[in-house]
Write a protein of this length. Structure first.
Length: 185
């Protein structure tokens, strides 16, 4: 009975994170030519973690779903803490860029910080890079040149270098996508 109760609590908080993130991102679109709903991206991360990585920790799945709420919506830290608790909020904050900094500085800081963040945050970073390479290969931003796509691939490789060892299976998924760099057009 306890096992059933715990499993339904785990699913409950993950669904709550989905509902919360869907609401917060409701007016945002991705940069692909079809302008996909933004929420597809956090859902893709959770899907990579759960179904390709076998990750079952609900805190990791929730933080993946919530990973862009602080960075890209008006969500406040205290709001996440009240709804999802301090552990999930701390993981989200570890993967949140400081948007007051220049994009190039933010990119450099991701490379430098990757080896020092928590294992939970490292898993989310890795899933984020997997999901973004996939998007660039299959439905890239309409206005990105081949050089910009290649530069993005190369930057992710430097971030992922700092995450190596966290999950060999997902690292192989990443490597297989990176190997398709020559397909970029
Ligand atoms: Zn992301």
């Amino acid at each position: 009975m306890n096992a059933i109760k715990n499993a339904s609590q785990d699913i409950g908080i993950v669904i709550e994170a989905l509902a919360f993130a869907a609401h917060k991102h409701r007016d945002q679109r991705r940069k692909d030519a079809n302008a996909s709903p933004y929420i597809n991206h956090p859902i893709a991360l959770a899907n990579v973690l759960a179904n390709e990585g076998g990750v079952s920790d609900p805190a990791v799945l929730c933080a993946a779903i919530l990973h862009d709420t602080i960075e890209d919506t008006e969500t406040k830290v205290v709001e996440l803490e009240e709804k999802f608790g301090s552990r999930i909020t701390a993981i989200v904050l570890e993967v949140t860029d400081d948007k007051t900094l220049d994009p190039d500085v933010r990119k450099q800081l991701q490379i430098e910080h990757a080896p020092h963040i928590s294992p939970e945050a490292q898993l989310i970073k890795l899933a984020d890079k997997i999901s973004n390479l996939r998007d660039i290969l299959t439905s890239p931003p309409a206005d990105w040149s081949i050089e910009r796509k290649q530069a993005y691939f190369d930057w992710t490789e430097k971030v992922v270098a700092g995450l190596r060892g966290i999950h060999p299976g997902l690292e192989l998924v990443y490597d297989t996508l990176y190997a398709r760099r020559a397909e970029l057009r």
